[in-house]
Design a binder for this molecule. Structure first.
Ligand SMILES: [Fe+2]
Ligand SMILES: [Fe+2]
Length: 170
């Protein structure tokens, strides 16, 4: 096996966190669909798919590294929200939490001199920067729209969720 049992165990836990994030985003997407906010809903359905892809990426890594994939039980996601802002804030907090989880995985891999795992985790760190930043952006859009969420939905249709254009050469 290319990595330690300790690292594989921690990655299996992370697979659970990624599936859990995916379930949470499906619940939020369904909530926005029910509220007749199609762009917000579509955005969260897409995020849910991305979290599933993250879980699959980790599953593939465990298989490639010769470990045993053990998918943990997933808690039910939150399905009811006081208002849309609360759902987006929950998503932002979730992305920050996942970033800390990935950081902890890097720390563990470092302590084991496990450079292959560190290399795989680099992709996830870059992804977290993008996801925290875009969720922060979405939170600001929803907050600015206030009670007029149709405006937020309309804005998403026109502009989408992005912070700024990448500088030339990036
Ligand atoms: Fe993720
Ligand atoms: Fe994410």
């Amino acid at each position: 096996m290319l990595t330690s049992k300790k690292v594989i165990k921690a990655i299996n836990e992370q697979i659970g966190y990624e599936f859990s994030a995916s379930m949470q985003y499906y619940a939020i997407a369904a909530h926005f669909a029910a509220e007749a906010l199609p762009q917000l809903s579509a955005h969260f359905f897409q995020q849910a798919e991305e979290e599933k892809e993250h879980a699959l990426r980790f599953i593939k890594y465990v298989v490639d590294a010769g470990g045993c994939v053990v998918i943990p039980a997933i808690d039910a996601p939150q399905s009811k929200f006081k208002n849309p802002e609360q759902a987006v804030k929950l998503s932002f907090d979730q992305e920050v939490k996942v970033t800390h989880q990935i950081n902890a995985l890097v720390e563990l891999a470092r302590s084991e001199n496990d450079y292959i795992t560190i290399n795989v985790l680099q992709w996830f760190l870059t992804e977290q920067l993008e996801e925290v930043s875009s969720m922060d952006n979405l939170l600001k859009i929803v907050q600015r729209a206030g009670d007029n969420l149709l405006q937020a939905d309309e804005y998403l249709a026109r502009v989408g969720v992005r912070t700024m254009a990448a500088p030339k050469g990036e």
